[in-house]
Write a protein that binds this ligand. Structure first.
Ligand SMILES: Nc1ncnc2c1ncn2[C@@H]1O[C@H](COP(=O)(O)OP(=O)(O)OP(=O)(O)O)[C@@H](O)[C@H]1O
Length: 345
């Protein structure tokens, strides 16, 4: 069931077209991540959903209710939408308990129990209830902010770069914890993030924006393995692109014959993710590979640069494990796992 519908929204700030004809559906109980380069319109889209900005044209609908139809809008505080932002925005002079219970009725008999339940839901100890925000770590503050937003029983939760102030290890933990909490509470969420890895692992649906337009929306797997265009492919991660001639499901390219997705025949460009390529030292078959020109040891993941024998392109970079790492100067063949993605020229 669709909970949130964004229907051909456009928004202009003077000469800047911040959003152009954006349409997107978000299913109830799902998590959508919005990604895109800086200035692509992510924050504007989130602010329009929240009700802090109005679209010039287009509609926002939540659970069948029209929240915005061009400039005619339901005010933000009447939308039933929760927001967790980058800094958590807790009230510094209030305790954790008071922050979480901020929107609750003062004398409500179940007030304390609800606060404790919310604290438990975000996996924090009861001993934190009397602390002030400055006595919490960044990750704990974010959990309190999430508990406060959940306490208002939102129909939709907007997450505006909520993990970006946290360091890498904590970030990953928080992302998993937040996904778990949202899942348990059955709350639909839209996340805006600069971190493509975060988007791919957090969301059921990823929406890619570029220059105010929606380039592609789909499952993380689709977006990563079957990107609409080169730019999207490279935005989401490293990619090896090769010219090819396609015939009957196989691409004839610098790596030999590689299976491809789709019905296209003839000239095309194919894309492989580096982790699809395995480097094998094999002098006899180096025409389907090339010469190793650089090896970067990186612990769990190492990078091998191979100058291809069959085509004059810059060396391709392949991520590989530290086991059986080739040496600089080795002649190697390159084996492919899975299928290549085709960009029709
Ligand atoms: N209030 C405003 N007045 C004028 N221009 C604005 C305003 N808000 C956003 N813009 C412009 O609209 C475009 C989209 O901005 P937006 O903040 O939505 O991008 P973003 O993808 O969230 O960027 P970032 O990743 O850097 O936060 C940008 O060109 C920005 O400069």
């Amino acid at each position: 069931m669709t909970l949130l519908t964004i229907d051909t929204i456009s928004k202009r700030y003077g000469p800047v077209q911040a959003l152009k004809d954006i349409s997107l559906e978000v299913q109830a109980g799902s998590r959508t991540a919005v990604v895109g380069p800086s200035g692509s319109g992510k924050t504007t889209l989130l602010r329009i959903i929240a009700g802090f900005e109005q679209p010039d044209v287009g509609r926002v609908m939540l659970d069948g209710e029209v929240l915005a139809d061009g400039p005619a809008c339901v005010p933000a505080h009447k939308r039933g939408i929760g927001i967790v932002s980058q800094d958590g925005a807790l009230f510094p002079h209030l305790s954790v308990a008071e922050n979480i219970g901020f929107g609750f009725e003062r004398g409500a008999p179940d007030r304390e129990k609800r606060i404790r339940d919310l604290l438990e839901m975000v996996e924090l100890e009861n001993s934190m209830l009397d602390r002030r925000p400055h006595q919490l770590s960044g990750g704990q503050q974010q959990r309190v902010a999430l508990a406060r937003a959940l306490g208002r029983r939102p129909r939709l939760m907007l997450l505006d770069e909520p993990f970006s102030a946290l360091d890498t290890g904590l970030r990953e933990n928080m992302r998993k914890a937040v996904a778990r909490v949202l899942q348990t509470a059955g709350i639909t969420a839209v996340l805006v993030t600069h971190d493509q890895g975060e988007a791919l692992s957090f969301a059921d649906q990823v929406a890619v924006l570029r220059e105010g337009k929606l380039v592609q929306a789909g499952t993380p797997q689709t977006i990563y393995l079957k990107p609409r265009d080169r730019e999207t492919a490279l935005f989401l991660g490293d990619a090896v692109m090769l010219p090819a001639i396609i015939k009957n499901g196989f691409a004839d390219c610098a790596l030999g014959s590689v299976p491809v997705e789709g019905p296209h025949q003839g000239k095309a460009e194919i894309m492989l993710r580096p982790e699809q390529i395995r480097v094998v030292v094999d002098e006899a078959n180096a025409k389907y590979g090339g010469r190793v020109v650089d090896v970067e040891f990186g612990g769990a993941t190492c990078t091998v640069a191979v100058s291809l024998a069959a085509v004059a392109l810059p060396p391709i970079l392949i991520k590989t494990s530290s086991v059986a790492l080739p040496a600089r100067g080795d002649l190697v063949r390159l084996d492919i796992a899975g299928k290549a993605h085709v960009f029709v020229r």
